[in-house]
Structure formats: C-alpha cells, structure tokens
Design a protein around this ligand. Structure first.
Ligand code: ACO
Length: 399
C-alpha cells in the first residue's frame, strides 16, 4: 500500500516540481527571474507529480520524434526532470511515476520514450536500455595537422551570442537527422539552451558552414580556462553537419581559432572520424565513452515493425516485467515484424531489446555479457546482421 498518489501536474505546480527536481540534483531553486526565463520550456500536461500530500517527486516529458534505422520516424516522449525528495526515496515513488508516464504515453500514441540518465543503475528496471553511446574527445590544437586530402570546406560565417540564440532552431531544423536515435527539437527545449549560453562567462559563438546548396552544418562553442595560466579550452557545445565538406570545414575553422590550446567535445557519435582528419590520429584522444540515449520501447510490437532489418528471419522472445503486454514472441524479417508463436531463436528482456533496437550493440556481444540467450551461433550471426545499421546511433540532443 502506497501512502502517496500520482497525478498530472497543473501548470501552476510546474515551478515547485522543477524545484523538487533541482534539489534532488543538489542544484539551488530558481529565482523568479530564472523561472520567468525557463517556464516556457514546460510543455503543458506533460508533468506528473507524486503527493503525500506534499509534492515529493516528479517526472516530465515533451513531445518529439525519433529517427529509426531505415530512415523512418516514430513519435517519441523525451523524458526529463526526474527527481524524488531525498526524505522520500526508495519507497516506490519513481516506480509509480514511471508507470503513470508509460500509461500516458500509450494513451497518447507515443510508442517510445528516451532519456539521459543521471546514473546508470536507475532505468533498466523500467525497460530503458542504453541505445546510443557517445565519446568525449580532446584535440591538441597545437599539434593536430590536417591531412592533405581533407576537404577544403565551404564558406564559414560566425554568429555572436544573440544571433546564435535567434538562429539555433532554424539551423538545427535545416539539417537532416541522419542517425538512428536523433530526435526533433521541440520549441520547449530552446529556452533551456538559451539560459545555458547566457550564463556562460565567456562569449559563445556559432560557426555556420555553407556548401553549394546552403547551410549544411554548424558548431557552437566557447573558450575558457580553469585559471590564469591554465590551457585554453575551446569547448564544443553542439556540432551538427550534413556533409563531409561541412564536417571538415567546421573542424578547419575550430583549429584556426587563435589563443586555444585544446578543443574538447562530449558525447560525440562513436563512429565520427575526427582523428582521421589528422596526420597523427593520436592528437585527437578519446577520453571516455558514456551512455548517451536511453530508449524505452513502450509499444514493442509497433516499434519493432517501424524500423527496417537486414536479412532474417529471426524470432525473438521478449520478457517485459514492467509492461507485461509487450512480453511475447516476435518474428523479424526484411518484411517487418509480427507477433508469432514460433519457437524463439533469441531471448532477451525489454531493456536489452532497447539496446539492440537502434543498432548500438551487437547481439553476439550482449550474449557474451549474458544479456541475450540464443539457440546457437547461427542465430546470433543472423541477429547481428538483422539489427545492424549503416551508422552508429546517436541522440545528439540533451534534455
Ligand atoms: C532523466 C533524468 O531526469 S535523470 C535524473 C534522475 N534524478 C536523480 O538522479 C536525482 C536524485 N535521485 C532521485 O531523485 C531518486 O533517487 C530517483 C528518482 C533516482 C529514484 O527515486 P525512488 O523513488 O527512490 O525510486 P524507487 O523507490 O521507485 O526505486 C525503484 C527501484 O530502483 C532502485 N533505485 C532507485 N534509484 C536508484 C539509484 N540511484 N541507483 C540504484 N538503484 C536505484 C531502488 O532501490 C528500487 O529497487 P527495488 O525495486 O529493488 O527495491
């Protein structure tokens, strides 16, 4: 028996819910001024609160759309602002909030949800899995030399802070979302990004790249030092490109910025070939690899049928303890996905299916870790090919 109840938040409760979230992350509550700048980022009717009767926990989402393997898209609930008051944790509050959210997503026809996790041990039990990973890189600007065959790139225009803020949404929307896992940016996201760059103590700039057909890439960055005498770091805040020319041209620009010692970027796509631009690839060092996008297939049948596959057929048996209606067997092939009673080639839990879904992991690697059980090597080989994608998945949007 729970001694709290969960319901949709009213808009006048959004600020208190945001404060619950911030305190859970050890961040100060917002001032009136901060709240007035950020309140537009709350999509109405997408926040849930747990009450006992005080507000003790919250989750939110905003509507989006995710790119799938094969180039299709599906409606996506982007989940954020998850927090439970420190004196009310470990008694099922988040579990109840997650359940309410999934019911809401299903009722509104959102077959998938995604989030960025504060800790890796929280969300697997709710069926979220690490669907996309990202690498953090650091480039030694003084030593990195571009190889002769690297494209020259097109025209670069530099935007200042105000122009960056004004043009960000149209720049992002102008570029195709080419990787599985990339999401549409709701208007509710931009106020938060604006707040971040306005708070920076050094100037933010955006370099826009134009190719023969117009804008095909941009990078937003600022330069900072930890203290006087420390190396000057050019920190990439976002980098999106739609052509090899734009990728090379924007890196040429970053390397040309004076008074910079190192260039850093976090959570870049695992297969983005930055180091291959340089005569010595070691001058672009991968510092760490982290989980980037956690995916939840809320409606497994719909999502399995929405992506494309290579080869097959393969029958998978999914166990979904949190959303049991998803449990069962599915036959996957180049023709799509359907429920079946045929014997399974592969058995896995819903969180592991999320890891396979966007092509971010191989079934044979997950089998080594005990996350997938297969009838044999042949089934794993078929599964590796079936779920494989041309490029690595990447969300590329923080929320
Ligand atoms: C998308 C985002 O916003 S990410 C930000 C997430 N928020 C934070 O990290 C803020 C700080 N943490 C919190 O607010 C809370 O601890 C939360 C939200 C992570 C968890 O809330 P709780 O109400 O304690 O979760 P709940 O009681 O439902 O726990 C369910 C299960 O998950 C486990 N669990 C919960 N949090 C964690 C954790 N951080 N690490 C490991 N296990 C956890 C519980 O032990 C419990 O296990 P059980 O079912 O075996 O008993």
């Amino acid at each position: 028996m729970s001694d709290f109840s969960v319901r949709l938040l009213r808009s006048e409760e959004d600020r208190a819910a945001t404060d619950v979230f911030r305190r859970a992350l050890h961040v100060k509550e917002m001032t009136d001024e901060e709240w007035s700048g950020i309140s537009a980022s709350m999509q109405p009717d997408r926040g849930f609160g747990a009450f006992d009767p005080e507000l003790i926990g919250t989750v939110r989402s905003f509507d989006s759309e995710v790119t799938l393997p094969g180039g299709g898209t599906a409606p996506l609930a982007a989940v954020s602002l998850v927090g439970v008051r420190a004196d009310r944790t470990r008694r099922g509050v988040l579990t109840a909030l997650m359940r309410a959210q999934f019911e809401d997503f299903a009722a509104r026809g959102y077959p998938a949800a995604m989030l960025h996790a504060s800790e890796g041990a929280i969300y697997g039990r709710f069926g979220y899995g690490i669907a996309a990973r990202g690498k953090s890189i650091e480039v030694d600007r003084h030593r990195a030399r571009l190889r002769p065959e690297v494209p020259a790139g097109g025209r670069i225009t530099l935007l200042d802070l105000e122009s960056t803020i004004a043009q960000w949404p149209s720049l992002f929307d102008a570029l195709p979302r080419t990787r599985p896992g990339m999401i549409a940016r709701s208007p509710h996201l931009w106020p938060g990004y604006e707040r971040e760059v306005r708070r920076a103590t050094t100037p933010t700039a955006t370099a826009v790249h134009r190719g023969p057909d117009g804008v095909d890439g941009y990078v937003t960055y600022h330069v900072e030092r930890a203290h006087f005498g420390a190396p000057a770091l050019l920190k990439i805040q976002s980098f999106h490109h739609a052509s090899p020319d734009a990728f090379a041209g924007l890196w040429r620009h970053l390397l040309s910025v004076d008074l910079v010692d190192r260039i850093t970027a976090e959570k870049r796509p695992l297969d983005e070939p930055v180091e291959l631009l340089f005569t010595d690839p070691r001058h672009a060092a991968v510092q760490k690899i982290q989980d980037e996008g956690w995916l939840r297939l809320v409606d497994v049948a719909t999502m399995l049928d929405a992506r494309t596959y290579l080869g097959g057929p393969l029958v998978i048996e999914v166990t979904d303890p949190f959303l049991d209606h998803n449990s069962g067997r599915y036959r996957l092939s180049e023709d799509g996905a359907e429920r079946t009673t045929d014997p399974a080639d592969l058995e896995l839990h819903a969180d592991t299916l999320s890891m396979l879904y966007l092509g971010g992991w191989r079934a044979s690697d997950l089998a080594i870790a005990g996350r997938v059980r297969a009838t044999g090597e042949a089934a794993l080989e078929r599964a590796d090919l079936l779920f494989s994608t041309r490029v690595n998945p990447w969300c590329g949007t923080f929320f």
